[in-house]
Design a protein around this ligand. Structure first.
Ligand SMILES: [Zn+2]
Length: 111
């Protein structure tokens, strides 16, 4: 459900930026792991909602950005282990999210 709304938004943006082009051939999407957005789901919805639009048959390239955190106590940088965001170095819980929340349409290619 979440991915459907997100995918519709991508299509809106792409079509707006493809003004004057007859076809959108490729899209480059940046998605952080913390967004919880699954690339497979986006691709699934993409193939459906682009039917009979200028983006039909286009390639959707999703670049994933892994989650990186920094401890607010000791400054240690780490990737979460999937269970906790606590600092593995000092056990601190004041973490700063450095990457992983990205979600943007980086570029589109048109014909
Ligand atoms: Zn720490």
């Amino acid at each position: 459900m979440h991915e459907l709304a997100v995918t519709q938004r991508i299509l809106e943006i792409a079509l707006r930026h493809a003004d004057g082009a007859s076809r959108i051939t490729k899209l480059n999407l940046i998605v952080g792991d913390l967004t919880g957005i699954l690339s497979e789901s986006v691709q699934f919805y993409w193939d459906i909602i682009t039917r009979e639009t200028r983006a039909e048959g286009s390639t959707l390239c999703v670049s994933r950005v892994p989650t990186r955190l920094r401890c607010g106590d000791c400054g240690h940088e780490f990737a979460p282990d999937g269970r906790t965001f606590d600092c593995p170095n000092c056990g601190g819980r004041r973490v700063i999210i450095m990457t992983g929340r990205e979600f943007r349409l980086e570029s589109i290619e048109v014909q």
